[in-house]
Design a protein around this ligand. Structure first.
Ligand SMILES: [Fe+2]
Length: 466
């Protein structure tokens, strides 16, 4: 790792930090670097260790509070609505900022987190963009906005936000190659696959341990259904990204998707049992939990017997039943409740979401609950209850709007698969015809997908039986 920046180094970079503690400045850099690279560096004490030392080095360092609170909020596992401790931490950060002569940039960071904490994610992005217009190398603003656009399903904004600052990230700026990785992901999510792959390879040529750039290439191979290429790439690069502890589980998830695509379920389960389930249980990270739910649900749709795996997962998801921080997370927790046949918890998730959705709310996600989150969740419930026609009625009208619940195209594919499986198993002939239409659509977009071919054969069999 490059030398960590002290007060003067941050000032020279045009990113003044309002503290006189060089130690606090260096620890700020250490945490930012680990966040930006998806890797807890144990020799530095990991993100948690560095944050504790940062707090001790200067308890009144506002940007230290911004970093600590921002990472909690962006993790989407805690919210100020349910977590009084986090609420107090955000209030204390705002109060501290008012009592100090901060720079305009620092004040904007505080405001962005303040509105993020209240669920106003688009507004938070506007404030980070305001920072980036005058401070294009503010990595914290860039990464927070990148992650938040992802949660919002704002795919073009995720790409263009990085593009606007891209020329300023010259090779001498610390971590500049990782910015290529962020840009490459925006490209893949806006279907610019060849350019995404090229930019991700440029980043990897500079730093082959860049797990996010590996991840972009995993997405390109997924979206193009280039299964063998995808498998080969993951195998060849595993040694480079497996110690990026915050992303490794997700990269393994992508790896296992290729096996599901091929119908090699045992191979997918081997990855699941070794690299997804145990990691998720230990980390409790929301990304890992979501991957876990999604992987099992995809295998479940394929008719794979999963043994006790759903129950093991329930131990992690159940405590998030009433979270309702992101609809995307909610629907994934729901998959695990349905998989484990935990009707009580399923009901609890739905009723608490319905209650929140009824009240007028400044929370962006909750404003999407009535017409997107709830029908999506209900479609899963109806499908599991064998009411496939009803699941189609709920899901089909909102399919093009579901991007708004966030996540990547590859992650949201589980919703498309649910719709196809529900349509295939519907009682109505019109809906079974719809299944065939949806499969033609899928086949043209991702030619030569073995899974699509399997489903087309199944649709033909269903049709001839009817
Ligand atoms: Fe991904």
């Amino acid at each position: 790792m490059a030398a960590l920046r002290d007060c003067k180094a941050w000032q020279d970079a045009g990113l003044v930090l309002s503290t006189s503690s060089n130690e606090a400045c260096k620890l700020f850099d250490a945490v930012l670097t680990q966040y930006a690279t998806w890797t807890n560096n144990e020799s530095l004490g990991g993100i948690e260790g560095c944050l504790s030392k940062l707090k001790a080095a200067d308890p009144n360092f506002t940007m230290g509070h911004v970093l600590a609170n921002g990472l909690e909020l962006i993790g989407t596992g805690r919210s100020v609505r349910l977590d009084r401790e986090l609420g107090s931490a955000v209030t204390a950060m705002v109060a501290l900022s008012k009592a100090q002569p901060l720079t305009e940039r620092e004040r904007l960071h505080v405001s962005a987190l303040d509105v993020f904490a209240r669920g106003q994610l688009p507004k938070a992005c506007e404030l980070w963009e305001q920072i980036l217009q005058s401070h294009p190398t503010d990595l914290l603003a860039l990464k927070f906005s990148h992650d938040t656009y992802f949660y919002l399903g704002y795919q073009r904004q995720m790409r263009d936000s990085v593009a606007r600052v891209y020329p300023f990230w010259t090779p001498d700026v610390p971590l500049s190659s990782y910015v290529k990785g962020y840009y490459s992901f925006g490209l893949v999510e806006t279907n610019l696959y060849d350019r995404a792959e090229k930019v991700a390879h440029e980043a990897l040529a500079i730093n082959q341990t860049d797990a996010w750039s590996v991840h972009t290439i995993a997405h390109v191979n997924e979206m193009k259904a280039e299964v063998e290429k995808g498998l080969k790439f993951m195998k060849e690069t595993e040694k480079n990204w497996k110690s990026s502890d915050m992303l490794a589980c997700h990269n393994y998830w992508h790896w296992a998707l290729y096996y599901i695509e091929k119908g090699e379920y045992e191979a997918a389960l081997t990855i699941y049992d070794k690299h997804i389930a145990p990691v998720c249980l230990a980390s409790g990270s929301i990304l890992d939990i979501v991957d876990n739910c999604s992987m099992l649900y995809r295998l479940h749709l394929e008719g794979v017997k999963l043994g006790d795996r759903w129950n093991d997962l329930l131990g992690v998801t159940k405590k998030h039943t009433k979270d309702h921080i992101l609809l995307f997370n909610d629907v994934h927790y729901l998959m695990s409740f349905l998989g484990a046949k935990d009707h009580k918890t399923t009901e609890e998730l739905l009723t608490t979401l319905q209650e929140l959705a009824r009240a007028p709310h400044e929370d962006h996600q909750l404003s999407l609950a009535p017409h997107l989150g709830l029908p999506l969740c209900q479609a899963f419930v109806e499908f599991e209850n064998g009411n496939c026609d009803k699941a189609v009625d709920l899901l089909y009208p909102i399919r093009y709007e579901l991007v708004q619940v966030g996540g990547s195209d590859a992650q949201r594919d589980v919703f498309s698969l649910l719709l196809i499986h529900a349509a295939l198993n519907s009682k109505s002939e019109a809906k079974r015809n719809l299944a065939r239409c949806l499969l033609h659509e899928r086949d043209l977009l991702r030619p030569k997908s073995p899974m699509t071919e399997r489903l087309i054969r199944k649709a033909a069999a269903v049709h001839s039986m009817a």
